[in-house]
Design a protein around this ligand. Structure first.
Ligand code: HAM
Length: 420
């Protein structure tokens, strides 16, 4: 029979215990990021992977790449057009509106797969994972400081090197419009030099031209009007304050050309990039989107949020050590001998922070220790026929080759394990 393969740009992730494996880094990243979200007192929200396609047309915008080229949409059996979510913000706001919670303040987080039909390459997949937060119901100010504080905490917690957080302000409705008009007037005379995509952006969404990958457009933009000259003084003050307050924690740069790929943003926007990532160098992005709730039929709800691309983020982690201690539990008795398994059961009940890897297969001590080393065990607990008879166990210190192994009574083993 032919084998069936996974779809292009969609990866399997399997934790084989090898800390250099990207899947292991991804799972550990998710665990630690969840902890950070909880430590900021955010609440989890989980929305369906499938939504009405109109949700994304109205939120991301019909001129965005996400809606035009990347959305996985199809008719269901009842001929309703539905889509796999390409991002989490629209679904979160839809859910808040549907629960009639769009009049109060919320701090929420989510994590899960997203789908975009993009050309796969390093760091760019068709199914990828995001961890995101949304701060709902707060006007510009405190929420911006909180979200940048969280971005810096995450970068610090994972000890990421070579990162820059770029920030910008897209202005209010009026200043954004004045800037877009000025940009269009500047670029109109050069229209014959622009490619098809940029010409279309010029009429549909001029701001997105700032993100053009076309070299000719990029050189024209060097002399284009800057948003800096159009946004309100309060916006400039906000950018300065954020840069000054957090510069000792994070490398923060004001970039007046920074724009985002989704249409719902207004006001403060940001992205975190790393020079270690290659072409897909942005591992986190977000910003303020005060008009999205009313666009989706809800009340006016000033909001700001961000999402981390888990695969890109995890690939940046170098000095990675799993947060929990790992112990390999090795028995050299018959598989039908139940006593060692009862001891392992007792150990687990004493300290739930420890990962106890109970090696179930029969085999030599050598092969079992090799496995323990491969999965980065800090210790091995060994029970053979003799130990079982004597009521003892051997503790082998795998994290310290110079230290001799110790034979201890089972009650001392329990005390040792509890104290780890
Ligand atoms: P985004 O910038 O489109 O924003 O995506 C956030 C992150 O997801 C990116 O920085 C990137 O790391 C990752 N990402 C995006 N596309 C791919 C892909 N094809 N493969 C791998 N990783 C990818 C949003 O999605 C907004 N919802 C963020 C937000 C939340 N804004 C406000 N609240």
């Amino acid at each position: 029979m032919d084998k069936i393969h996974s779809l292009t740009g969609m990866l399997d992730h399997y934790d084989d215990g090898d800390i250099d494996n990207i899947s292991v880094k991804i799972f550990e990243t998710e665990k630690r990021i969840k902890k950070i979200f909880s430590s900021y007192k955010y609440s989890e929200i989980r929305t369906p992977a499938l939504e009405d396609t109109n949700l994304f047309i109205r939120s991301a915008g019909d001129s965005s790449d996400i809606v035009n080229k990347e959305i996985y949409s199809f008719d269901d059996r009842n001929n309703k057009n539905i889509a796999l979510r390409p991002e989490g913000t629209a679904s979160a706001i839809r859910a808040i509106i549907e629960k009639k919670l769009d009049q109060s303040t919320h701090k929420i987080w989510y994590m899960g797969p997203m789908w975009r039909y993009e050309r796969p390459q390093k760091g760019r997949y068709r199914q990828f994972y995001q961890a995101g937060v949304e701060i709902l119901g707060y006007e510009e100010g405190a929420a911006e400081f909180e979200i940048i504080s969280m971005v810096c905490s995450i970068i610090k917690e994972f000890n990421l090197k070579n990162c820059t957080v770029k920030i910008n302000h897209l202005g209010n409705q009026d200043s954004k419009k004045s800037f877009c008009d000025a940009l269009v007037s500047y670029l109109e005379p050069f229209k014959d030099k622009l490619d098809e995509k940029d010409i279309s952006r010029l009429s549909k969404n001029p701001l997105r031209i700032l993100d053009s990958k076309n070299k000719e457009t990029q050189s024209l933009l060097l002399n284009a009007p800057s948003i800096k000259d159009f946004i309100e003084p309060s916006a400039l003050t906000l950018l300065n304050k954020i840069q000054n307050e957090y510069k000792d924690i994070c490398n923060i740069e004001v970039d007046y050309t920074l724009v985002r790929g989704l249409d719902y943003y207004s006001g403060f926007v940001f992205e975190a990039l790393s020079s270690d990532l290659g072409a897909q160098d942005s591992f986190l992005g977000g910003g303020r989107y005060d008009n999205l709730s009313s666009k989706l039929g809800g009340k006016s709800l000033p909001s700001i949020g961000m999402a981390i691309g888990i695969e890109r983020f995890a690939s940046l982690i170098s000095d990675f050590t799993p947060s929990n201690k790992i112990i390999s539990f090795i028995t050299l008795t018959s598989n039908l001998e139940s006593k060692p398994y009862k001891i392992a059961h007792q150990l687990r009940s004493l300290n739930s922070d420890i990962i106890l890897d109970l090696q179930l297969s029969e085999g030599s001590l050598k092969s079992k220790l090799r496995k323990a080393n491969k999965n980065n065990s800090d210790y091995a607990i060994i029970i053979g026929e003799e130990e079982l008879r004597e009521g003892t166990a051997i503790i082998k210190f795998l994290d310290d080759e110079l230290k001799d192994q110790e034979t201890v009574s089972i009650s001392d083993l329990y005390s040792f394990y509890k104290a780890l």
